[in-house]
Structure formats: C-alpha cells, structure tokens
Design a protein around this ligand. Structure first.
Ligand SMILES: NC(=O)c1ccc[n+]([C@@H]2O[C@H](COP(=O)([O-])OP(=O)(O)OC[C@H]3O[C@@H](n4cnc5c(N)ncnc54)[C@H](OP(=O)(O)O)[C@@H]3O)[C@@H](O)[C@H]2O)c1
Length: 270
C-alpha cells in the first residue's frame, strides 16, 4: 500500500529532520519555507535529497498529511483554505523562552493546538511530535516491538485522523500514547515532564498524568523565561528506560484516551 504524501511547512531543524525520517520510512515529502522553493533548492539537494521544494500552498494542497514545523508565531501564514479536509499535524510549541511572548497564546487558557484548530476549522488537527528533539527523531527510532522503544504522545479531536498519525509515528520508529482531545495538549508542552523527556509508552502515560498547569509556560513570569534554558527538547528526564509495552486498548468515544490503540488493534500503551 502506498504511503501518504507529507507536506511539511518549515524547513528548519524540525522540518528537515521529519523530512529525512519519513522518507526513510517510504513517505514522499514536499517541503516549504516562507521564502519560496528557489531559496530551498540547494538545501534540499544537500540535506534532504529526494524531497521536493515547493511553495507553502503547494505543500498543503498536494499532500495527504500536512506537518506544521514553523514557529508558532507565524501560524497565520499557513494556507488555511488549502488545508480544508486534510489531516494537519501540529508539532509547534508555545515556548516564550525561544519565541518570546505571544499575547494571543499567553492570554488564551486553551492549548495552543486548539487555537490552531480554530484557524483551520475544516482540517483535522492532531498535536504530536512537538516534545521530541529534531536530532532524537532521527537517532532514536526503532522497529515496532523493540525493547525500550521510545514513545510520543498524540492528541486530537478526530479519531480517524489520530489513527493515520499514529501509523506515521510508528513508521518513524516510535510507540505512541493517545492523550485524548486537543484540549489535553498542554500536558506535553514546554515545561512539562513529557517535554524533552525520554520515555517508553508505559512511563510516558505516568509522566503525562503528572503534568500540572503550573508547569505550562503560560504561567511563567518573564524573569523565569530570561533564566530558563533555550533548548530543552532533550535529555532533561531521568526517567528509566523500560520495556515498551503495547497493551490493551481502552474503548471510548471520539477524542477519548485510548481510541487510537483500539483502532490500530494494538493499544498504544500498557
Ligand atoms: N527544533 C526541534 O527540535 C523541534 C522539535 C519539535 C518541535 N519543534 C517545533 O517546530 C517549530 C519549528 O522549530 P525549528 O526549531 O525547526 O525552527 P527553525 O529551525 O527556526 O525553522 C523554522 C522554519 O519555519 C519556516 N517558516 C516560517 N514561516 C513559515 C511559513 N509561513 N510557511 C512555511 N514555513 C515557514 C522558516 O522558513 P524561513 O527561513 O523561510 O522563514 C524555517 O524554515 C517550532 O514551533 C518548534 O517548537 C521543534
């Protein structure tokens, strides 16, 4: 069966890493930045051979899955109309230490991906792969069933979209757990134990549950931000690596935890 075409918005650290890793897994990749394909051609040739540099509009309209790897503050540049009816992976973070304060995200208590879903009302947004560093994405993928396989979280309001994205995650080399609807996205954003932590599926569930609203970067004062490390994607967790356990699925309605594992017939967690 042919794999879906991935249209990546953002050709920086995260965008190029996801491009390489997904091409290794057999996906076709279209990639765009904000300046147009001519500015990307040499970079694509050298860093992501096999990918096709296109405009942002083309990356969205010609793909099956859109992958958002641009700075969150630039989200209004996403060609929303072209994304109608598509699955959109939101891998972006509201991370004031890196992006500065963005009033809109600072003031809204909803998860950043809910705001992205509002901006893309006719797309199925799934938040995931935001909490793993770009280099880890390439270096830490393992085949399904491998002992110690690292897991990532996904959240979304549309169960079918989550199943498609869960397949991509597994093809990239990772287990997954389903955190439920997009409103749960804050549980794996910057500041939480999941963000930058290395966990198997079993440990990841615990880390997800242990997140508290105080850890959400929106609660941080400007002084905290000035003194916080600016690259915290990796290595902050001392969580032990344990055997990955794809286990029993939890049944539930759309957007509830466990839906994805059930639909894939694996369960995403133990
Ligand atoms: N770095 C990581 O390890 C990592 C891991 C997971 C998630 N993320 C998330 O991924 C996002 C990008 O992070 P990054 O570190 O990859 O940033 P980066 O290296 O600065 O790259 C940002 C890319 O976004 C492009 N871009 C900006 N506006 C755009 C638009 N309207 N349409 C298409 N592309 C646009 C930029 O292109 P131009 O140069 O042409 O403007 C650039 O190629 C952030 O939200 C971050 O939180 C990062």
């Amino acid at each position: 069966m042919s794999r879906p075409i991935l249209g990546i918005l953002g050709a920086g650290r995260a965008g190029t890493a996801i491009a390489r890793q997904s091409m290794k897994a057999g996906y076709s990749v279209l990639i765009a930045n904000s300046r147009g394909p001519a500015s990307l051609r040499l970079m694509v040739e050298v860093l992501i051979p096999g990918a096709t540099a296109v405009t942002a509009e083309e990356a969205v309209s010609r793909s099956d899955i859109v992958y958002l790897a641009l700075p969150l503050g630039k989200y209004r540049g996403i060609p929303a109309e072209k994304a109608a009816g598509k699955i959109v992976i939101d891998a972006m973070n509201y991370w004031p230490a890196v992006d500065g304060f963005i009033e809109e995200f600072q003031q809204d208590s909803r998860s950043s991906s809910e705001l992205i879903q509002d901006f893309l009302p006719r797309s199925q947004v799934v938040k995931t792969l935001n909490h793993i560093g770009y280099h880890e994405l390439e270096e830490e993928g393992l085949p399904p069933g491998t002992k110690g396989r690292r897991a990532v979280v996904l959240a979304g309001n549309n169960p079918e979209a989550k199943v498609v994205v869960a397949r991509l995650i597994s093809d990239l080399g990772f287990d997954f757990i389903d955190a439920g609807p997009l409103s749960e996205g804050w549980r794996f954003g910057p500041g939480t134990p999941v963000f930058g932590g290395r966990y198997t599926a079993r440990d990841l569930r615990e880390a997800l549950e242990s997140a508290s609203r105080e850890q959400d970067t929106r609660g941080w004062a400007r002084s905290d931000i000035e003194t916080s490390p600016s690259d915290r994607y990796s290595g902050s967790s001392s969580a032990p690596m344990q055997m990955s356990a794809l286990g029993k699925p939890v049944s539930g309605a759309a957007g509830r935890r466990g839906d994805v594992g059930e639909a894939l017939g694996t369960g995403g967690q133990d």
